[in-house]
Design a protein around this ligand. Structure first.
Ligand code: ZN
Ligand code: ZN
Length: 400
């Protein structure tokens, strides 16, 4: 292949889904990856638009579960705050993002969807991570599993509400607690709209999960956080002890899940266990980050600025004093480094579960998620210590 002046060449050790490829390069043209080659001299000779060298060249990250950053929560409901959060996450290597609702009023959720839709439709490189769709997460949580979400904003699935939301086409991931009345209808409607259908903030039993699976559920939100366990089901249903979401996910190969690998929510052995049990094709990294990402320690609000839950950030994690954690304050690059530091995944596997695996689960892997010819040029240059040095989205450099 000959290289033109408009080509972008990124050279270094490529992080592919199943291995790394040292002394190689990614050639990008017109916003897409056109070639992967192990011949680093070739393009340099041809005078490409830019030949950029780095220690590692990685696919852009994809975050399926994220609430905000830089002081902004997606539920604040304005296009400006959506862009603030998307820029923060792009700096941490996320190139495709799925802004995630919290519990909230129908008006608050409608405002979030409208703001995210506008930002997606008018996207330019200065806006940061591209919106792949919205994760419709709150409000259909179990009453005793709302976590740090406001209890007032929780409700049972309401067909009039969710049919309208799903018909908008922006929602690509849809969560509901399986034990709620109407959960099955919600799952079926979400599946019809080609969403990744997921169960979360739930105390559901194995039997409820089995019905949910029939209705289309294939994923469970943040494993071990705000979900059922054998002891929680024993408390709810007595004996004989029954299986919970945990056993159901581990026993069903088709079920995927996600971990918040910020080193605060889960100990290294649980990150290790989750990867060993589910493997690189069924485990995703998510940030589940709140508005305190890249902000100083202090007091913030989780969810809508006016009606959300106050929490504190110590710069490492969000928490509600006396109650528990309130989601992460870190970007995706941190999650990848934590998986590797925990000995839970190799470099290619840790990158895969932050890029290709989430892309596959939401059905966008033909367009992005790995360094492969034909895909969008969503590419990162990483340092030896896996810090994000440069970010390219559709072949354009994000410099925000
Ligand atoms: Zn949650
Ligand atoms: Zn969350």
């Amino acid at each position: 292949m000959d290289y033109g002046k408009r080509d972008l060449v990124l050279a270094g050790e490529l992080i592919l889904p199943d291995r790394t490829l040292p002394h190689a390069q990614v050639i990008c043209r017109d916003g897409a990856i056109v070639e992967i080659t192990a011949d680093p001299q070739h393009a340099g000779r041809a005078g490409a638009r830019g030949r950029i060298e780095g220690r590692y060249i990685a696919p852009g990250f994809i975050d399926l579960h994220v609430h905000g950053g830089g002081g902004a929560d997606y539920m604040d409901g304005s296009a400006d705050t959506v862009r603030v959060a998307n820029r923060v996450h792009a700096r941490h290597g996320t190139t495709t993002i799925f802004p995630t609702t919290t519990t909230g009023s129908p008006q608050e959720i409608a405002g979030m969807l409208e703001a995210c839709g506008n930002v997606r439709d008018e996207w330019s490189i200065g806006d940061g991570a591209r919106i792949g769709g919205v994760h419709y997460y709150g409000p259909y949580f179990a009453g005793d599993k709302v976590g740090c979400h406001s209890r007032e904003g929780r409700r049972d699935p309401d067909a009039a509400e969710y049919e309208h939301v799903l018909a908008g086409g922006l929602v690509r991931i849809a969560t509901c607690a399986a034990e709620l009345p109407g959960a099955g209808e919600f799952y079926r409607a979400a599946r019809e709209h080609q969403c990744l259908v997921t169960c979360g903030h739930s105390d559901s039993t194995w039997a409820e999960m089995a019905r949910a699976y029939e209705a289309g559920v294939r994923h469970v939100d943040h494993f071990w956080c705000a979900m059922s366990s054998v002891p929680s089901i024993r408390k709810r249903c007595g004996t004989p002890m029954q299986g919970s979401m945990e056993q159901f996910v581990l026993a069903h190969e088709e079920m995927s899940t996600e971990v918040i690998a910020d080193a605060c929510h889960l100990a290294p052995e649980l990150l290790n266990f989750a990867f060993r049990m589910k493997g690189a094709r069924r485990l995703c990294l998510v940030t589940d980050a709140n508005r305190a990402v890249d902000m100083p320690p202090g007091r913030y609000v989780f969810g809508p600025a006016s009606t959300g839950t106050p929490f504190e950030s110590d710069g490492k994690v969000g928490f509600v004093p006396g109650q528990g954690l309130a989601s992460s304050v870190k970007g995706m690059d941190h999650m990848v480094r934590t998986m590797i530091a925990a000995g839970a995944a190799s470099l290619p596997d840790a990158a895969r579960i932050a890029s290709l695996t989430p892309a596959e689960r939401v059905g966008i892997a033909a367009r992005t998620g790995s360094l492969e010819p034909g895909k969008r040029a969503d590419v990162l240059v990483l340092s030896e210590s896996l810090e994000v040095e440069r970010v390219f989205i559709g072949g354009e450099e994000f410099r925000g």
